[in-house]
Design a protein around this ligand. Sequence first.
Ligand code: NDP
Length: 420
Amino acid sequence: MKELPDYSRRGFMRTSALGLGAGMGLGLGSFEALAQTAGRDIGTGQTPPADPLERRAAGRPEPELNGTLRPTPPEQRLGWAVCGLGHFAQNYAIPAIARASEAKLTGLISGNRDKALGVASAWGVPEGSVYDYRMQALADNDAVHIVYVITPNAIHEENVIAALEAGKHVFCEKPFAHNSAAAQRMMDAAKAADRKIMIAYRAHFEPNNVALKEMVRKGELGDVWYATSDHHRPLDPLVERDQWRMVRDLAGGGSLMDIGIYSLNGLIWLLDEVPERLVATTFSPQTEDGRFGEIEAIGQVQLVFPSGRRASISSGYVADKKRIDLWGSRGVAVLDPATAYSGNKLTLSNADGQEMPTPSKASEQQFVGEIDHFSKGVRDGDEILTPAEMGLRDMRLLEAINVSAERGEWVEVNPDGTMR
Ligand code: NDP
């Protein structure tokens, strides 16, 4: 793969300064024009001339631009290829890439070429940038920098490694893998290829979750000695996307692996500590269609943290509810829903149960937020907030949970998720 252009702010300033010098009197580069258009004329009360050159000639100061307002021109956004064109890819991931400021859709990878060509045509991806899962040819496509893997959990590994071997960085859907050994192999492959992996833990970019995390960090809830986190959604064997979820070899597990991971990862992130002891139980009710024949429907785990705080988490494939409660001495914070695609809500109640107002923020930002974050991480070398190490830790914790459920006893775990 070719070296990425220097898109860091410093590199960009250098590039645009050169462009400006060369272009004086001929017009400004597209970034410069966009930046000036985005600027506001504060204080004069006059409407600024539309032509950016005229503004300069009139001696007006350059508008002070807030970095977050700067749109990145399309030719400078990182190219993303989506791998696996299923329900989540087509309905959420691809539209989010299209809305992102730092990314653009430049490739597709699919086992179904006809479907992929239809998606390519709808989103403006050239036919020559549609690949099958072998991905060798992707190595020659310099318009693709990042591959977003959205296939069934147990197939993440082969796709992630194929993308890394093609020289691409990888954004991998949760759960990272179907077990910790596969997660470790992907991390080894990333190291060998000198490429990055980020796990798509979208809650870390969801505004209500982020607001709650900040409240906990500032101690605004007081002492939080107890927390609950419950993630449930019905599994429907008649729906195509749920068919592989019933097959252990493809899903790696049941509700715990699929959405219980939000309960687990969310609490560890919000509370900023990894449990040191846990005990779990699982349950698979008998149904006529045998939907829970290979996987658990219900998972329930008690967690004890190094600070002493206790938590109770659950997952389920029956009800439809995603909720997190942090029980603090100065107030109880409730995220309900906590991890829906849209409409998440943070409510605070004081110890008397009185509701306190909280700002309502758009949850859809979570999808764009994680995509822009990884684009910047790849381009500028910024820290990745949900790295492969986090995905591996969670795989190990899920394994410890399963061991506990099988043995019916408490198990002790290290901060990296390995069992003691
Ligand atoms: P789907 O079944 O809708 O899509 C999976 C796609 O993977 C298929 O359409 C297919 O694409 C490809 N695929 C490759 N091999 C197989 C196979 N053996 N069986 C089935 N599909 C295969 O699943 P979802 O979109 O619901 O889930 C995909 C991944 O995304 C999972 O890891 C899941 O956990 C994650 N996810 C994350 C969500 C989030 O909120 N972050 C929400 C939903 C899912 P093609 O035909 O193009 O080859």
